[in-house]
Ligand binder design. Structure first.
Ligand code: HEC
Length: 512
């Protein structure tokens, strides 16, 4: 691909004559960075619009245009690892100046203009250079501008002591108190490498009322107190990141909010990272000089868990079901996902409910898998007759959901409760019309019968069963499904419940 670009540029070089920055930009940069500055091919190339690389002092951008850039680089929070070929030999100083002046004042960028004299000086300073810059090389010479810290009136207090858990700093005397005018947290302020603690206090200036997410990691431990309440805590001893990273989401009013960060280091590595994201930011903003590297596992872990008294709900893509799904995690550690598209509970699992990290941090990209174990796929196709419609759901005070569906003139309600190791489901049909068939399993094996079951083979090859009592089935070898309802219909491997208006049925799913 790179060779193709060189060819293209050689042709363009001869046809371009305008000295207008915008036109020169389109000719020499637009193929890769796109006319709108967002990066060509849907952002596979890095953007110049809103890029921190083109902001601030101009020399960094001038050097990149002169000599190119290669290798891993992060632009506006997104990683790239490509090659930008040098443009210096092809473009005279005045054209580079015109292009960069255009880039730095377009698409919302606002940085000072670039003069031919600045380009000439930069060119002379690196005349010996014969290969593209790497990001670390150029950043060492021309660091990126630091965004203004939202921490005002930041003070740090350093303490000495050997702690394996958070001490009561209020009872201790600080060795050292400092004002940190840059508003950045740094563990390098301590005068030793091991056995110390730091307490920072500041006002966190919330730029805009809205929802904020905070992410906290430290080596070893600490906590963040915002508006007088503990927001996040990392316990014990251990490295930064990985499974120890904590996150919280909360709504904050615009204006100052007192924040206090308590931190302790036992031995070994040390570090603290607090990053935040507001209603307007796609990227994480750091409050600390250490940046939390995104783990190989991707987004941070933000487990969503039910409380002792109330089920948790999660409305987002869940792996293994359709895109409109509603996850419910019950207090006893049983969970299911209801597909609003198929009007059925499609997945059931035990243990942990789900991790919200992916969708809190990534704007809903991708589907999240259930966090627990023993996942059972119940059905994977529409459970109600064609033309049926999902009409929404209600939660009771304990978070137990009831889903509503419309089937022609009939209304189906489908209510869920749970206890240890089992989920029970009550279906009832209201209105006037023919009995409705509701798919309840795609793969089952007949178990025992309590009571009587009148089995009636039908001419079309299906089997109807009239129940007075309960019937037990095994679903995918993992669950026992107990059906207490009027009639069942079996079509090959598929099992349907037949409900006439006024009738109801109870289904109980128990893990083996
Ligand atoms: C052949 C494609 C190509 C052309 C032409 C090109 N660039 Fe780039 N540019 C890239 C790539 C690819 C990177 C990232 C390199 C990496 O991954 O290390 C980049 C990076 C940059 C960066 C730093 C990162 C960023 O996105 O802010 C700047 C600034 C930049 N280019 C400006 C320009 C300007 C100005 C021109 C025109 C004079 C230009 N580029 C022409 C491909 C190109």
């Amino acid at each position: 691909m790179i060779r193709l670009w060189f060819g293209l540029m050689a042709t363009l070089a001869f046809t371009a004559s305008a000295q207008d920055g915008g036109q020169l930009y389109e000719t020499y940069c637009g193929a890769c960075h796109a006319a709108n500055g967002e990066g060509a091919t849907g952002g596979q190339f890095p953007p110049l619009a809103g890029s921190e690389w083109v902001d601030g002092p101009a020399e960094r951008a001038i050097q990149i245009v002169l000599h190119g850039l290669e290798g891993p680089v992060e632009v506006s929070g997104k990683p790239f690892n490509l090659l930008m070929p040098p443009q210096g030999a092809m473009l005279p100083d005045d054209q580079i100046a015109a292009i960069l002046t255009y880039v730095r004042s377009s698409w919302g960028n606002s940085a000072d203009k670039v003069t031919p004299a600045m380009v000439a000086k930069a060119r002379a300073a690196t005349a010996d250079r014969s290969k593209p810059w790497t990001a670390p090389e150029i950043l060492k010479l021309h660091p990126l501008p630091k965004p203004e810290s939202p921490l005002r009136n930041l003070t740090s207090r350093v303490y000495h002591g050997e702690w394996k858990k958070l001490p009561d700093f209020a009872k201790l005397t600080a060795e050292n108190v400092e004002e940190e005018h840059d508003g950045i947290l740094s563990v390098t302020h301590a005068d030793r490498k091991d056995h110390f603690g730091i307490v920072w206090e500041a006002d966190f200036m919330v730029p805009k009322t809205g929802e904020y997410i905070f992410r906290f990691a430290c080596d070893d431990g600490g906590r963040i107190i915002l508006d007088g309440e503990v927001m996040l805590e990392v316990h014990g001893l251990g490295p930064m990141g990985g499974g120890r990273t904590q996150a919280a989401k909360l709504t904050l009013e615009k204006g100052p909010h007192p924040i206090r960060i308590e931190y302790y280091e036992f031995t070994g590595q040390e570090g603290i990272s607090i990053s935040w994201k507001g209603p307007d930011s796609d990227d994480w903003n750091e409050l600390s000089d250490t940046k939390l590297k995104p783990g190989r596992k991707g987004p941070p872990s933000i487990p969503i868990t039910p409380t002792a008294k109330r089920a948790a709900i999660y409305r987002n893509f869940i792996q293994g079901t359709t895109s409109r799904s509603i996850g419910i995690g019950f207090p006893g550690g049983v969970n299911f996902a209801y597909s609003a598209d198929h009007m059925a509970p499609e997945l059931a699992w035990k243990g942990d409910f789900i991790d919200g990290g992916l969708h809190w941090t990534n704007r809903g990209v991708g589907a999240q898998s259930p966090a627990g174990k023993d996942v059972v796929k119940l059905t994977s196709e529409p459970a109600l007759p064609e033309g049926s419609r999902f009409r929404g759901y209600q939660l009771d005070a304990a978070g137990n959901p009831t889903f509503y569906n419309k089937i022609g003139e009939l209304k189906l309600s489908d209510a869920y409760h749970a206890s240890d190791n089992q989920i029970s489901r009550t279906l009832s049909v209201d209105g006037n019309g023919e009995p409705v068939s509701i798919l309840i399993s795609e793969s089952h094996a007949m178990g025992s019968i309590d009571g009587t079951a009148k089995v009636m083979p039908q001419p079309d090859g299906t089997t109807r069963t009239r129940l007075s009592g309960t019937m037990n089935f095994t679903v995918r070898d993992k669950l026992t499904l107990k059906v207490a309802g009027p009639s069942l219909l079996e079509k090959g491997p598929e099992l349907y419940l037949l409900l006439a208006p006024g009738e109801s049925a109870t289904l109980t799913y128990t893990w083996k």
